[in-house]
Design a protein around this ligand. Sequence first.
Ligand code: ZN
Length: 136
Amino acid sequence: MKKIEHIGIAVHNLKAANQLFEKLLNTKPYKEETVDGEKVRTSFFMLGDVKIELLEATAPDSPIAKHLDKRGPGIHHIAFHVDDINHEIERLEQEGFRVLNKTPKDGADNKRIAFLHPSDTGKVLVELCEEKSAKP
Ligand code: ZN
């Protein structure tokens, strides 16, 4: 794992959260994107080379809706940049971590992503993400 790529924050209302984080960070989101597969709408702020990802549910059965029901808004996951996600999944499984989706899926911001089981990572939801353009 090379660095923290982004920190994901679950929000009830993306518009209101964008305004709050614009004020807090003194910068505007550089993109908004809906990820249909994950049933989320996201916005991204760039801070140096780390991003903040705000996540709003787009359906009641979205993972973000479930998170909000259980725990309310707040930090949802930490995403680590990896060069080769398949290799990293294999390595982590050998170390005993459960990977929630062994086949990487499409994430926001041109990424291939996989999540680890939070029970194996101290209850921190960990996302691996690989830049899609890295592998044509
Ligand atoms: Zn993420």
